[in-house]
Design a binder for this molecule. Structure first.
Ligand SMILES: Cc1ncc(COP(=O)(O)O)c(C=O)c1O
Length: 393
């Protein structure tokens, strides 16, 4: 498929107001997502929240089909939750660990995941072991293979870390995990919507993601995938009357599908918006948009590298739409403020977001500019000209 930039921009109202290079923070919603989300809120206001759910039940139900189609699984393997962290937590905290169990993770693991690892390690005596990087900066497959033994109970890694353009070799890790019979939890928060994702090909047992980043859905949405066959072995750490049924005075039955990881009350407008966002991404074709994102990011990295005083920090064999850099003598926060004054959005990656990775690279903070397919080449040029002026002092 060919990509229609004009149409993508025309359908993105935010493009008329800002140059948005904070897509790894939260993308600009396209018009159909905005319209569907607002329409459901209006329906709630007009006829009542519970009644609105009745009326929109088919649309709400279709969100599961859309998510399943997006990542190539069955709709019963999907739980729709508030965000990627909650999705990841619901899977992770349902896993039983005991003293001496080993959990392998990546150097660029996200803070919220790592904090959860630390908490469980503290409570159970399980051991966290980061897999070293290879020379390119991605997780070393050779090191992973050498670390495996019967005490390894989980491999939990991030596909695209918050702190750069790196894409970890998720499918290669999946093949190793399967061969070793170790559970594999993939944080795909920043890769879903950015690139084609196929859980069968990747071979992960659990995958978490968010709605607001590369999927361009509303904030406060996300979903979890858990492989059929594993679902019923995992007891969610919290249950309610949606996750389980109260069948006799003294007993309950947990539902058999992945919705056992959801909770009863939810933001239905957001959920509908998420469904529309997924359908929108599928309609544009993930292969096509992924190609465009990589091209734009390459343009941005190449242009930035020519600016005196600018250092691009992205690592890895495959690099995605997230571009990180520093400017000699200028704090990332100052750059963010100066660009904001020109209606250009970027963000700052701080050390405590991916502590292991940034400590190892001796970086305290970096500017993070993340492109999406709807950014234009001209916007990239304008961003780089502004950065060149900032670098000049
Ligand atoms: C790699 C990674 N994982 C997880 C998250 C958390 O996602 P959410 O804010 O939707 O919980 C983020 C957010 O920035 C992230 O970058």
């Amino acid at each position: 498929m060919t990509f229609d930039l004009q149409r993508a921009r025309a359908e993105t109202p935010g493009c008329r107001h800002v140059l948005h290079f904070n897509n790894a923070g939260s993308s600009l919603m396209p018009e159909p997502v905005l319209a569907a989300t607002i329409a459901h809120l209006q329906l709630e206001a007009q006829i009542g929240g519970y009644e609105a759910v009745e009326q929109a039940s088919e649309t709400i139900d279709r969100v599961y089909d859309a998510a399943a189609k997006l990542i190539h699984c069955h709709r019963d393997e999907i739980a729709i939750v508030e965000n990627a962290t909650r999705a990841w937590d619901m899977a992770f905290y349902s896993l039983p660990f005991k003293a001496g169990d080993r959990i392998l993770t990546a150097m660029a693991e996200y803070a919220s995941n790592y904090i959860a690892l630390l908490q469980v390690a503290k409570k159970t005596g399980a051991i966290i072991e980061p897999i070293p990087n290879d020379a390119s900066g991605q997780l070393s497959l050779e090191a992973l293979r050498s670390m495996l033994d019967e005490r390894v109970k989980l491999i939990a890694i991030t596909h695209v870390p918050t702190s750069g353009g790196l894409v970890n070799p998720a499918a290669e890790v999946g093949a190793i995990a399967r061969e070793a019979g170790v559970l594999y939890l993939l944080d795909a928060c920043q890769s879903v919507g950015q690139m084609p994702i196929d859980v069968q090909r990747i071979g992960c047992d659990m995958l978490s993601t968010t709605g607001r980043k590369y999927l361009r859905g509303p904030r406060g949405t996300g979903f979890l995938y858990v492989r059929q066959g594993l679902i019923e072995q995992l007891e969610p750490v919290m249950l309610d009357m949606h996750a389980a049924e109260w069948v006799t005075r003294d007993s309950y039955e947990i539902r058999p599908d992945a919705r056992r990881f959801e909770n009863w009350e939810t933001n239905y407008a957001g959920k509908i918006g998420l469904g529309v966002a997924i359908e929108y991404a599928l309609q544009l074709d993930l292969e096509t948009t992924w190609r465009r994102i990589k091209t734009l990011a390459y343009q941005l990295r190449t242009r930035l590298s020519t600016i005196p005083g600018v250092i691009v920090h992205d690592r890895g064999v495959i690099q995605c739409g997230i571009v990180t850099f520093t400017v000699d003598g200028v704090e990332p926060g100052t750059i963010q403020q100066q660009l904001a004054a020109q209606h250009m959005n970027i963000s700052v990656s701080q050390r405590n977001g991916t502590r292991l990775d940034l400590e190892a690279r001796d970086i305290t903070a970096m500017v993070r500019s993340s492109v999406h397919y709807y950014n234009s080449e001209e916007e990239i040029e304008r961003l780089c000209s502004s950065i060149a002026r900032i670098a000049e002092g």
